[in-house]
Design a protein around this ligand. Structure first.
Ligand code: ATP
Ligand code: MG
Length: 137
C-alpha cells in the first residue's frame, strides 16, 4: 500500500467538480485517507513548489495556487503514486490522454486541475506538509 498527495487546484474547485474528481480516484481503487479544503498563502505555495523556484513560470504558479481555495487529499492504494499520475494525465491538458482528469477538467498548463506527488519520497514529504499523522486514517 502506498500513499500519495493530491491537490484539487483552484480552477477545479471554482468549477465545482471536486466530487467528480474524487470519484475518479475512488473508482480506480484509491481511497481517501485524509481530506481538507483551505486557501494557500503565498508562503505556503512558494514553499510547496520550492523545487520550481528558478523556473520562469514560478511566480505565475504561486499566483494561481493562491487564487482560490484548494482541496488537499491523501490517497491510499496499490501503486498510489503512479496510479494517481496516470489518472491525472500530462501536465499540459492539451497533451493529456483522453479520459484523464486533466483532459476532462483542465484548461491550460497553468490551470491544470490537479497536483499529484511525483515519487514515493516526495509523497511522504508533501503529506507531512499538509497533514498531522492523526489526520491520516
Ligand atoms: P504538479 O506538480 O502540479 O502535479 P506536474 O508534476 O505535472 O504538476 P511540474 O513539472 O511539477 O508538473 O510543474 C508544476 C506545475 O507548474 C504544473 O502543474 C503547471 O501548473 C506548472 N508548469 C509546469 N510547467 C510549466 C510551463 N512550461 N509553463 C507554465 N506552467 C508550468
Ligand atoms: Mg510536479
Amino acid at each position: 500500500m502506498e500513499q500519495t498527495l493530491s491537490i484539487i487546484k483552484p480552477d477545479a474547485v471554482a468549477k465545482n467538480v471536486v466530487g467528480k474528481i474524487i470519484d475518479r480516484f475512488e473508482s480506480n481503487n484509491l481511497r481517501v485517507a485524509a481530506i481538507k479544503k483551505l486557501c494557500l498563502t503565498n508562503e505556503d505555495a512558494a514553499r510547496f513548489y520550492a523545487v520550481h523556484k528558478e523556473r520562469p513560470f514560478f511566480n505565475d504558479l504561486v499566483k494561481f495556487m493562491t487564487s482560490g481555495a484548494v482541496v488537499v487529499l491523501v490517497l491510499e492504494g496499490e501503486n498510489a503514486v503512479a496510479k494517481n499520475r496516470e489518472l491525472m494525465g500530462a501536465t499540459n491538458p492539451k497533451e493529456a490522454e483522453k479520459g484523464t482528469i486533466r483532459a476532462d477538467f483542465a484548461e491550460s498548463i497553468d490551470a491544470n486541475a490537479v497536483h499529484g506527488s511525483d515519487s514515493l519520497e516526495n509523497a511522504s514529504i508533501e503529506i507531512a506538509f499538509f497533514f498531522a499523522k492523526k489526520e491520516v486514517a
